[in-house]
Design a protein around this ligand. Structure first.
Ligand code: ATP
Length: 323
């Protein structure tokens, strides 16, 4: 291979820039040129390619977001869109592609692989919903950001006898919410994987109040049936019985931003390097990510289309701890 391309797709995640930098520099060390694709699959279809050099990726390792931009691209879901993307790469002499992104992006990547184009992936999403890996790129930073917010909320909550519903991201996966709740010492956690009755949550809050707690924090995953807004609407009808004043905080995109942690910089760097090495050694259709204490490659066929489950023991532990 003489020329490869790299793109970031789906939701941006802290650490993506470390992965881009690593792809460019490891490829260059092998005498391979890297083209950066602007705006994910949309840029691939449009042929929006820019040559990247070891110098052009200088100074980006500590930056949040992605210097290549990211987008959602419905056209790539069609066979015609993907054919056009392959034609663009061939026209520009691109012989391999690294896709940095989450489940949707890696599904698209697998489609390219099945069409015979050489691809590699980097497991990257703050949702941690990719099957097969322990932790995806961006999760560590997002978790620490959510935790910092939770700590701040707690100090104001206890001064005013307030209950807070704090909504964290994660799409249909409760991982980020569960870990934020455990690490932040929340009173309750509501995740999409477990059917939650809001009356039950209200009862627990009331009991916490009667036990003398000066505040209560419920971490709610955005994908739960009762997200923070719906839960609050339900509570407001029974507010007099709650014991606490109620406030809602949706952390939203705050969790995506910020400088990546040391772990995410290291993970992005090692995963990007592995993705290039996979391509250059002819092992196509693999994705690099964090598994069992190191960066490992799994076949996209094994990762895509499976649902990642929450560890039931950790869920149980969250309940035990919230006394
Ligand atoms: P995150 O979970 O962090 O938001 P993601 O990669 O899962 O990241 P998606 O919005 O699901 O984000 O997907 C990103 C892009 O991947 C889509 O806009 C689309 O271009 C492509 N994609 C998603 N699903 C498919 C599919 N089934 N076939 C082909 N391409 C797909």
């Amino acid at each position: 291979m003489k020329r490869i391309a790299v793109l970031t797709s789906g939701g941006d995640a802290p650490g993506m820039n470390a992965a881009i930098r690593s792809v460019v520099r490891v490829a260059a060390a092998h005498g391979v040129e890297t083209m950066g694709v602007q705006q994910g699959y949309a840029g691939l279809i449009a042929g929006a390619f820019t040559p990247m050099t070891v110098r052009s990726v200088g100074g980006i390792i500590g930056m949040g977001g992605t210097v290549l931009g990211s987008a959602r691209c419905p056209e790539f879901r069609t066979e015609q869109g993907r054919r056009q993307a392959i034609a663009q790469m061939q026209a520009h002499g691109i012989e391999g592609l690294v896709v940095i992104g989450g489940g949707g992006s890696q599904t698209g990547n697998l489609m390219l692989h099945r069409m015979g184009f050489p691809v590699a992936g980097v497991a990257s999403t703050i949702d941690n919903d990719l099957y097969g890996f322990d932790q995806t790129l961006g999760v560590d930073t997002a978790l620490n950001t959510a935790l910092e917010s939770l700590d701040r909320i707690r100090s104001t909550a206890s001064s005013h006898h307030r209950a807070f519903l704090v909504e964290v991201m994660g799409r249909d996966c409760g991982y980020l919410a569960l870990m934020t709740a455990i690490a932040g010492g929340a009173e309750q956690v509501v995740v999409p994987e477990v059917e939650t009755n809001p009356d039950e949550v209200a009862r627990e809050l009331r009991q916490a109040y009667e036990r003398g707690k000066s505040h209560a924090i419920v971490v709610v995953a955005e994908g739960a049936r009762y997200n923070a807004e719906r839960m609050a609407a339900h509570f407001r009808e029974h507010l007099d019985q709650l014991g606490f004043e109620l406030r809602v905080t949706v952390l939203g995109h705050v969790q995506r931003g910020g400088t990546p942690t040391a772990f995410d910089r290291m993970l992005g760097t090692l995963s990007g390097a592995m993705a290039v090495e996979l391509l250059l050694s002819g092992r196509y259709g693999y994705i690099a990510g964090w598994l069992a204490g190191k960066v490992q490659a799994l076949p996209l066929e094994e990762v895509v289309g499976h649902k990642r489950e929450l560890d039931p023991k950790v869920l149980q532990l969250a309940e035990v701890l919230a006394q």
